[in-house]
Design a binder for this molecule. Structure first.
Ligand SMILES: [Zn+2]
Length: 108
């Protein structure tokens, strides 16, 4: 490991720049939101979590589709420690515009 790292460093040190310092963007860490100040949204969050049959802080049904279809871990956001799997990038884009309102809407 250390030896390999050293070789990698030695390859690009001539001009002082470090073109390999920035790794390619990987969307593994969901953007985190909080709705803790909104009881109704918090209830919606619990509803979303339970909708897949397991209360494990991972909502596998798409909250953006009123939990009517399966979400995808590739389009996840994090809300107060619960991970929400949205079904598509478009759904996620729409959802994050009003996370609190959308979650509250699940328990109307
Ligand atoms: Zn959706």
């Amino acid at each position: 490991m250390v030896h390999l790292f050293f070789l990698t460093l030695a390859c690009g040190t001539n001009d002082g720049a470090s073109p390999v310092a920035q790794a390619p963007a990987v969307q593994e860490t969901p953007v985190a939101y909080t709705v803790a100040s909104n009881p109704k949204a918090t209830e919606g969050l619990a509803t979303a979590d339970a909708a897949d049959g397991v209360e494990d802080k991972v909502a596998r049904k798409c909250a953006g589709c009123a939990l009517g279809m399966d979400g995808d871990a590739a389009h996840a956001i994090s809300v107060d420690g619960t991970t929400l799997h949205l079904c598509s990038s478009m759904c996620k884009e729409y959802y994050v515009k009003d996370v609190e309102g959308n979650l509250a809407g699940l328990v109307n």
